[in-house]
Design a protein around this ligand. Structure first.
Ligand code: HEM
Length: 501
């Protein structure tokens, strides 16, 4: 999201010289602070603290918080941004002042891609958001609806296991990240549209790149002209156009199919796809138009796809890095499922260690380490400090998950810690908030958990794993790539062998 590596280096360097002189001047003649704002690290004029974020902002912000405290006020260009880094301060934002911080910050690229915020994730807090949220929570992502797509998940998990088996026969390594990405996108595609679309994968990749770009115009608006010359504006328009045409075709197909069936509400069909549910909802909701349907569908991919497969890739990384955990997990899975050809979701209910492994991995690797930024709707006080209306808020869930005051041996991957604890990621325990919490907390938790659990079982039930070239588990590289959803920097390659039961 905030990747300074996307700023051309020479230009950036020359900008620093006058900024250094101005800042020295400002330090000398700086006015004393008049209100009780949170502690702030030193900032440069124009850039503010942008130059301190680096390519992995969750890591830089953790180090800054160790010096300045669990609530800090930064300036990202012209935009004031509070950064939260402890369970207590997160609770203030997500629970005590949840209503005040139920808004989102503005981003030029997201606004364009999501139909001027006709979606749910980034839509400003208000009546439109409330109604779309209610439709998504009650009709698209409810436990009942998620259960209704169980056969889709099971089929896709089996297909993935088939691909792994084919690789294992040829003795070549499988790219687990790629397999998880394919599984997640295919499940969401079938649930949202009723079928899979090949071209969607490439389009989603490009959208994820755009959403992860550091757009200087969001932070230093007068520098927005740069995007006309560096091609960013054209790229956003191209991606928006491709998605718009694609989504229009899908909505048209659904409308035509419904016309053929006499425009009946297909209520008896439990497995109605998301487009059908939204077309039905539109008939009863005057705030909803065609753009709302397209934006919400796009949201399901934008919010649900990268996050889920990133979580899977890290969970499998940690499992393979810790042979003791691999053994314990496979013993649990195999003792519940035996040697039956495939595992179903009823079996998973009897796998507490699997659930602990997923929690532990989400603690150490929340897929969106800084969550989705919030914004204050009015002036308020947080932890005794003044926070002004429109100030953005970044919650460093990554730093909170590794806070030594909240977690024993915080840096260690130890799933057992969850076997004797009731701590969960559902938004009530503020030391574990990979899905956020409160009014704007993730409504896709049940959907995500179902895919995470089944996918982990599908790769561990029938297969034993080793690394190419006899590499050792402890040498597995853990580097992170830059981006909003923080994925592995290098592919997770491993060789599967069919387990002999
Ligand atoms: C491991 C997987 C996932 C993770 C880690 C994740 C994480 C998040 C986070 C951190 C937020 C912002 C919460 C906040 O502001 O407090 C969010 C919001 C959201 N998520 Fe998820 N998510 C995941 C999967 C999904 C799935 C599968 C879907 C839907 C299919 C989904 C749909 C949404 C939507 C629509 C929002 C916006 C809610 C709003 O602003 O009202 N997410 N998610």
């Amino acid at each position: 999201m905030l990747n300074l590596l996307d700023v051309p280096i020479p230009g950036f360097f020359y900008l620093l010289i006058p900024l250094f002189l101005i800042s020295t001047w400002l330090i000398v003649f700086r006015k004393p602070k008049t209100n009780n704002t949170p502690p702030s690290p030193f900032k440069l004029p124009i850039l503010g603290n942008l130059h301190q974020l680096g390519s992995h902002p969750h890591r830089s912000l953790q180090s800054m918080a160790q010096r300045h405290g669990p609530i800090m006020l930064l300036h990202l260009g012209h935009a004031p941004m509070v950064v939260i880094s402890s369970p207590e301060s997160a609770k203030e934002i997500l629970k005590t002042h949840d209503l005040t911080f139920a808004n989102r910050t503005d981003s030029i690229i997201s606004r364009r891609l999501f139909y001027n915020y006709r979606d749910l994730s980034l839509s400003p807090y208000g009546e439109y958001w409330r109604q779309m949220r209610s439709i998504c929570v009650m009709q698209l992502l409810s436990t009942k609806k998620v259960q209704s797509f169980r056969s889709v998940r099971e089929e896709e998990a089996n297909l993935m296991a088939g691909l792994i088996q084919a690789r294992s026969r040829s003795g070549s390594p499988a790219d687990l990240g790629e397999l998880f990405a394919g599984l997640t996108e295919d499940v969401i595609s079938r649930v949202a549209f009723g079928r899979k679309y090949r071209k969607l994968k490439e389009m989603l990749k490009e959208m994820a790149v755009l959403l992860g770009i550091f757009n200087v115009a969001d932070f230093v608006p007068w520098m927005g002209w740069i995007n006309r010359f560096n091609g960013l504006n054209d790229r956003v328009e191209r991606v928006f156009g491709e998605f718009d045409r694609f989504l229009d075709e899908i909505v048209d197909e659904h409308v035509a199919a419904r016309r053929r069936q006499g425009n009946e509400k297909t209520e008896e069909l439990e497995q109605r796809d998301f487009v059908d549910v939204l077309l039905d909802a539109q008939q009863e909701n005057e705030l909803m138009d065609r753009d709302s349907i397209k934006a919400i569908i796009l949201d399901m991919f934008g919010a649900g796809s990268d996050t889920t497969f990133t979580a899977l890739e890290w969970a499998m990384t940690e499992v393979l890095k810790h042979p003791r955990v691999t053994r314990t997990l496979q013993e649990e899975i195999r003792s519940v499922a035996g040697n039956k050809p495939s595992v179903n979701e009823d079996d998973i209910e009897r796998m507490p260690y699997l659930k602990a492994v997923i929690k532990e991995s989400l603690r150490l690797h929340p897929p969106i380490p800084l969550l989705v930024p919030r914004a204050a709707t009015n002036d308020t006080k947080v932890m005794g400090y003044d926070v002004k209306a429109k100030t953005g808020v970044l919650i460093n869930a990554w730093a909170i998950g590794r806070d030594p005051a909240a977690w024993e041996d915080a840096e260690e991957f130890r799933p057992e810690r969850f076997l004797s604890s009731s701590i969960d990621y559902k938004g009530l325990d503020f030391q574990l908030i990979p899905f956020g919490a409160g009014r704007r907390g993730c409504p896709g938790i049940t959907f995500a958990a179902a895919v995470l659990e089944l996918a982990m079982v599908a790769v561990l039930h029938k297969f034993d794993w080793s690394f190419p070239g006899g590499a050792k588990a402890e040498d597995l590289d853990m580097s992170e790539a830059p981006g909003m959803a923080v994925q592995r920097k290098f592919p997770l390659l491993a060789i599967a062998t069919l387990h002999q039961f």
